[in-house]
Design a protein around this ligand. Structure first.
Ligand SMILES: Cc1cc2nc3c(=O)[nH]c(=O)nc-3n(C[C@H](O)[C@H](O)[C@H](O)COP(=O)(O)OP(=O)(O)OC[C@H]3O[C@@H](n4cnc5c(N)ncnc54)[C@H](O)[C@@H]3O)c2cc1C
Length: 416
């Protein structure tokens, strides 16, 4: 079924009786060309691009819970391509371009809103670093714009420019950045993949891999064994646990990241704003809630809920840049499990086991990567060659000494 304004009008006039489910609910078949493990944003976008762009349609996505129940439905919805390093920036800019055509591509309203992102700076040294980052962005074809404090005072008068400890001296805009409705992204990709015949199998947990003589031949699941020519793991926060079943130890730790939403307010924040002297980012949803977050909880965990010290820390960050936020009431908060890599950058790669592929290490930046991650993973699965913007996202980069350390924090996953 194609969605359109005409269709909404017709259904509205005829009692909304013609809508059909957005995807089927199939049982697993005996085998597939590709089995994607994990029905989050990245697994679903991989299946979508495999079937729609690379012509590989004998595909299943196996998901232990329900589609979109993981981090894809838990993030703070920020999309941007304001990275600096050559291993990252072209990849995220490809993602930004795919976001820009996503709704037309999938015929689904994912509420992609290029309302801009602004990274504030508070010192001269920080300004110089942002200028350097902006120049790297230009080289990859992205947009960037430096604003001084006088311009920001006009655009965002509610910010605390004269805070004694963290005075705001300016900021780096990416006007094409913004937000998208996170769960609708999963649903759009799911529907688009299903329409090409991909089986989306929910409540089906992978419990092991069929590996014979160094070749992966399928997966064991709670709904029986499924054969596969290629198995593509894409389980974000569960990466270490799932790959351990194939005997692999990853350069990844799992940590909780929390998100917060206030009561609904009248429109006040036009785009996404990030604090440059601590970790705090905020935007306003179309329903009016202020959506914000900050640092990960600083210890390893697989729990999908966080702890109070981080709630306090995040709220302090908010108060430091916009004290008026102290008047808003916090409505709800939740947590997700982040697959924090050692250098803060992701992996899209083959493994040493033939037929077993790995996508993960997204840290807390994987939502914006959803389109490019799926596209590049599908490229790797279909051609056995990395996509040109993903050649550096390899598992052996630590062994080779080629880390992609965007923040320059070293091998310290909780600092990225
Ligand atoms: C609070 C929060 C805020 C965030 N904010 C942002 C942001 O603003 N911008 C941004 O770019 N990123 C953000 N992120 C990060 C982003 O959400 C993730 O990096 C990204 O969603 C991870 O990829 P995914 O969508 O495939 O993960 P998920 O949706 O978690 O998908 C993985 C799936 O694998 C399934 N799975 C696990 N084990 C198995 C198994 N054994 N068998 C079968 N299935 C299995 C899980 O059930 C899950 O559905 C945030 C994350 C959180 C938690």
């Amino acid at each position: 079924m194609k969605y359109s304004a005409f269709r909404i009008l017709k259904e509205g006039l005829t009692g909304n009786k013609g809508w059909t489910p957005a995807w089927r609910d199939p049982d697993p078949q005996e085998g597939y060309d590709v089995v994607v493990v994990g029905g989050g944003g990245h697994g679903l976008s991989t299946a979508y691009y495999l079937s729609n762009k690379f012509g590989v349609r004998n595909v299943a996505v196996v998901e232990k819970g329900w589609l979109g129940g993981g981090n894809i439905g838990r993030n703070t919805t920020i999309i941007r391509s304001n990275y600096m390093l050559p291993g990252n920036e072209p990849f995220y800019e490809l993602s930004m371009k795919l976001w820009e055509g996503l709704e037309q591509d999938t015929n689904y309203n994912s509420m992609v809103s290029q309302r801009s992102i602004l990274n504030l700076f508070h010192t001269d040294g920080q300004r110089d670093a942002f200028v350097r980052r902006a120049n790297s962005m230009f080289l990859a074809g992205a947009d960037a714009e430096l604003a001084d404090a006088a311009q920001l005072r006009k655009e965002l008068p509610f910010l605390d420019f004269d805070n004694a400890r963290f005075p705001i001296k300016g900021g780096l805009f990416q006007r094409r950045g913004g937000t998208a409705r996170h769960d609708a992204v999963a649903w759009g990709y799911a529907r688009g993949a299903d329409m090409q015949g991909v089986d989306l199998i929910q409540n089906c947990e992978v419990t092991g891999f069929e590996i014979e003589n160094g070749v992966c031949k399928g997966v064991q699941t709670t709904r029986g064994a499924i054969k596969a020519k290629k198995v593509a793991v894409c389980v974000a926060g569960s990466s270490s646990r799932v790959m351990a079943m194939a005997g692999m130890r990853l350069p990844i730790e799992s940590h909780v990241l929390q998100a917060f939403v206030s009561e609904g307010l009248k429109p006040v924040i036009p785009g996404v704003i990030t604090f440059g002297a601590g970790h705090f980012y905020i935007s306003q949803s179309d329903k009016g809630g202020l959506v914000f977050g900050g640092d990960i909880d600083g210890y390893n965990s697989y729990a999908q809920r966080g702890n109070l010290p981080v709630v306090e820390d995040v709220c302090e960050g908010g108060m430091a840049i916009m004290p008026m936020i102290g008047r808003a009431r916090l409505l709800r908060s939740w947590g997700g499990i982040m697959d924090m890599s050692m250098d803060g950058s992701p992996f899209i790669d083959k493994t040493h086991i033939d037929g077993l592929y790995f996508n993960g290490g997204w840290c807390y930046g994987g939502f914006k990567a959803t389109p490019a991650s799926g596209y590049c993973y599908a490229h790797l699965l279909a051609t056995d060659e990395p996509h040109e913007v993903a050649t550096e996202l390899r598992l052996d980069r630590f062994k080779r000494g080629h880390m992609i350390d965007e923040k320059g924090s070293g091998n310290q996953p909780n600092l990225h």
